[in-house]
Design a protein around this ligand. Structure first.
Ligand code: HEC
Length: 113
């Protein structure tokens, strides 16, 4: 009766270690598709004229090439930057909710891994 437990415990520990490794490997991608959709509308209205449609860039930094993920440690950090600094021509004009949605959208633009 005790034999199976000796096998289960190490494999549970191994799985926990694996999960911890995966979880610590960079910030999780946002998964709230409604927030991302709302963020896309905000981006089109307030950010696209400088950063290009879908963040392809132009006269201002490209946002879909992974540089955002290098500059900011998490979606939350990106949200703080957007809330405080962007849009550059009217900083502080977004609500916290708008900044959150926009941050989740911008974070989702980078498709590389
Ligand atoms: C008037 C032009 C303009 C508008 C509008 C604008 N930005 Fe920017 N943005 C810039 C410029 C210039 C920079 C680079 C200088 C800086 O970081 O302050 C920048 C930098 C950024 C960065 C940092 C990029 C990086 O990799 O470090 C992010 C993220 C960003 N903008 C998001 C947004 C979002 C989201 C909006 C809309 C709410 C927005 N911007 C609107 C001009 C603009």
């Amino acid at each position: 009766m005790r034999q199976p437990h000796r096998l289960i415990v190490p494999s549970v520990l191994a799985m926990a270690a694996l999960a911890a490794t995966v979880a610590s490997c960079g910030a999780p991608a946002p998964s709230n598709t409604q927030a991302i959709a709302a963020g896309a509308k905000i981006f089109a209205a307030k950010c696209q004229k400088c950063h290009g449609a879908g963040g392809v860039g132009g006269k201002c930094p490209t946002l879909n090439n992974g540089n955002v993920q290098k500059s900011f440690s998490s979606v939350g950090a990106l949200q703080g930057f957007i809330k405080g600094q962007m849009p550059l021509d009217n900083p502080g004009s977004l609500t916290n909710t708008q900044a959150s949605e926009d941050a989740q959208y911008v974070w989702s633009l980078y498709k590389g891994k």
